[in-house]
Each structure stands twice: as structure tokens, then as C-alpha cells.
Design a protein around this ligand. Sequence first.
Ligand code: GLU
Length: 550
Amino acid sequence: MTKLELLANLIYPNLRETLDDLEKKYPKRNLDEQAMVTRFAPSPTGFLHTGSLFASLISWRLAKQTNGVFFCRLEDTDTKREIAGTGDLVLNELSIFGINPDESFIAGGAYGPYRQSERKELYDTIIKELIIRGRAYPCFCSHDTLNQMREYQESIKVNPGYYGEYATCRKLSVDEMIEKIKNGESFVMRFKSMGHHDNKITIHDEIRGTLELTQNDQDIVIMKGDGLPTYHFAHLVDDHFMRTTHITRGEEWMPSLPIHIELFEAMDWVKPYYAHLPVIMKLEDGRKRKLSKRKDPEAAVSFFLEAGYPIEGIMEYLMTIANSNFEEWRLNNLTANIYDFNLSFDKMTLDGALFDLEKVQSISKERLGAMSSDEIGQKALAWAIKYQPDFAKAINQDFYYFKAILSIERGGEKPRKDYTRYSDIFPIIDFMYDEYFDKALNVELPFNPIFTKEQKIIVLEKFLSNPALDLDEESWFNNLKQLGNEIGFAPNAKEYKKNKEAFLGHIGDFAEIIRISISGRKNTPNFYHVLRILGLERIKNRIIKTVKTF
Ligand code: GLU
């Protein structure tokens, strides 16, 4: 046995599997040549960030488009930052947006476990291998020693870090290492870099093309004092054994690429393709800045869910910032499913994708406008159950009634687009429910003060003498004009203006008195349809109640 093997066995005496065993246990996936294996690897440190939803959408679509696999791995090795339960929360939120991984830390899969905290033995096996290859070693330096070293490096203006001549423990003999371990000294494991910061390496990024970066020379920590791996090393092991083909991750990881390349090379493993996604930016005072978890409520996807934005609107919006040719495609494919669009790396924006809430709103409005009344009804109900129980209660009294309300001016060539979010619906239609109409009577109704109580009563009686709700809309309106005319209202504003003295008002005034008396408000969705849905019985009851308030 070589000395390095002795050291490796001393540090990892009881591993059940070898590198070969692992290679066999997690074989190359049996997929077509072009199939992509992508992943989303959240850390359980909070809610699902809008940027993470964006990244997941891209990774998921690329896998689906190529008949590949999209999986979700929980990167839970930073126990200090972990917030219990947030891993599951993130996956639930993803699923609300329709993204369901093929394999995950909840659903499992053949390449698991998918929680890093349950993969310790895999990491240990690879570190053991690296020790034997002379590419990993224990480091016994204390925090104080490291701090002093950094201060010294700053004072003499050299690159900070643990490398070359500053990598003290790298210079220990294997015997010395063994002795220190036997003496119970605590240690972390470091990677032994062969690079030098004067050298450049070229790396291909799927989005950014060829990058020239400084070679890694840092002996980075691969296993911390708590026995858990660091991100860099876990990424190597996990993406190798999970057989990821394309690493799609935020651009904040781009500077670490040289480390990852060197790690893959040290293991003689095939490197995955890398695609560093743009960070989502926001425009503030004419300047671009990163969407911030602390400052921007829209940084959390829960913001959109609570506010009632339709999932379809958010996802479509994210597609527009993912690929520059999406919007043109949309114009040519107005009714197509957004996932018929083929996302590609080469149409991705290089600089930060700009987040534009107004655009999310206009797209959401389009999407809600294009839904059938059944679809918007079901989705609004599901939203209301969670976020607006009063609304849900009203809907649940009679779903068909709700659907009828939503069908007002829906469909056809030019559907009305009244709603941007599910939360917009209730304030516009709540008067259709008697209990909310009754509430409106508690405050003064917005009648035009030029009309007396008696005049209003005459208007309402006239209307009730022939409400004609069985006529088509045009005939009904002509009838309404006729009724108004019979008691002194001009059939249109123009005629009224020509000879104000001759009239009480015009048809608009006549209709407004009726509208307010029946709905409690000046503006409603198309009044003809409102009246037909309410039905004559309800209309009469409401008018009686309104007249009592005069
Ligand atoms: N856990 C890392 C993060 O949340 C994942 C980065 C990656 O996708 O590799 O940033």
C-alpha cells in the first residue's frame, strides 16, 4: 500500500463502494444522442426566487424539447443558511408553475439520492480517490492562521488565497499528515491545484461562446470541517453521477468555472456543457440593477401568486425574456401553446434580462382575455380559495352563475380585457351577488344630483314597465331609448345638446339611473348582459331596495 493509500484509508476507513462501483451504479443515461439532461439545484434558504423560476423554465424546456431529463437536486450542505422546509416549498412552487421534474428530492429517481446531505458517502469516495491520485490533502490551518495569511497577502499586494507557496499544508509530508490526524487535529480537505494564475484557459459557454479565463490555482476546500462538501466539489460529483449533460446556472457561477474544469480534469471525467444564464435585472431610475431579494417584492414568485397573476402570463413573460425571437413567434402563432416554441441557447440575451412588471401585466391581460369562461372561472376559484375566501364563497354559491358573469363579452373577435389578475375580478363583479349589492346601499349611491327622487322613480317604473330582456342586445337598447324618450329623455347626447330645454336629460342619464339602482355603481360590465344574468326577479328586488334609500 502506498503512503497516499494509507492516508486515504485513515481518513475514510469504512466506505462501502469504490469509484468503479459508482460508475456502474450510475451509468450513462440511456437517451438519444441529442437529449439534454438538465437540472435545477436550489439551496433550501427561502422562497422560490423569480430568477430561479426563470432558470428552471429554461432547463426544463431544454430537457423536454430534446426528450431528455430534467431533475431537481437539493443543495443542502450549508447547514448554517438552511431554513427548514424551504426545499419542499420551492418544489411545490415550481409545480404550481407547471414545472414537474422527472426526478427530484421528493419524487426520487434512479440517480439519487437527490439531497446532498444524503450523498456524503459518494463525496467521500471521490475524495478518497483524489487523495490516492495526489490531488487532495488534509489542511489543518486554523481560521486565525488563514486570516493572518490573508492580511499578509494584502499587505504585500499578492492574490489572496490558499495556493502555491501559501498552501502551507500542501507542503507537509504524508507521514506528517498521518501523524496530525492520529493526534486528533481537526482538518478540512483541500483540492491540490496544478494551475497558475498567469495562465489563461479557454472554455466554451453555450450562451456566451468562447471565454478566456484565468486558470485556477487555488487549493479550494472540497470538504468542510463538518464533513460536508463545498458547492464546487459537490457539483463535480453530483453532475457527474447524475449524468447531467448541460449545466444551466446563474452567471454568478461563471468566475468559478476554472475551478470546476480543473476538478473534472483531475478525475478524468467528461465535462458537461455549461450555460451561464443571465441574471434578471430591473430598471430603476434609468439604471439596470439585479432584482433584489430584499428590495423587490417581485423577486419572489409568491408575489405573483398572491397578487393573482395567471401562471400563463408569468410563464409567457419569462419566455419573452429568455429568447429574443419568442415575441415574433408569438405574433405568428397567436393561439399556440407557448411550449410549442423551441427555446435555444443562441437566442438568449447576454446581458441581464430586464424584468418589466408592466409587460407581465399586459401579457397577463391578454392571457386572461383569451381564456374560456370555464377556464378563467376554475382558475379564479382556485386562486380565491387560497387568497380571497370571501370571493371563493360567493363563487361557490353557484359556479354556473359565476361563469355566466365571466362570459360577458368573452370570446369572439375582440374579447374584452378587463382583468390583469384574478384579484381584479371580484371588485368588478361583486355587485352581482346580493350581499355585496346590499353593502353598496349602505353608502350614498352615485346618482346625478340633478334628478329628483320622483324623477328617478319615474325612470325605474318606466324601465320595469318593459325591461324586454328577451330581445337581442340591439333591439333591447332601442327599446330602452324608446322608454326614455316617452318620459322626456333625448335618444342621444347630440339631440339633447341641440335643445336642452326640451328634455330631462338623454338616454345616458336614463340608463345611468337604472344601472346605479340595480348595481349600486356607475360602471359595470355590459349592462344588457348584466341584466339578463341577474334576471327580472332579482332586478325588481334590487330596485325596491334602492327606492327605499331615496
Ligand atoms: N445551489 C446553487 C445555487 O443555488 C446551484 C447552482 C447550480 O445550479 O449549480 O446557486
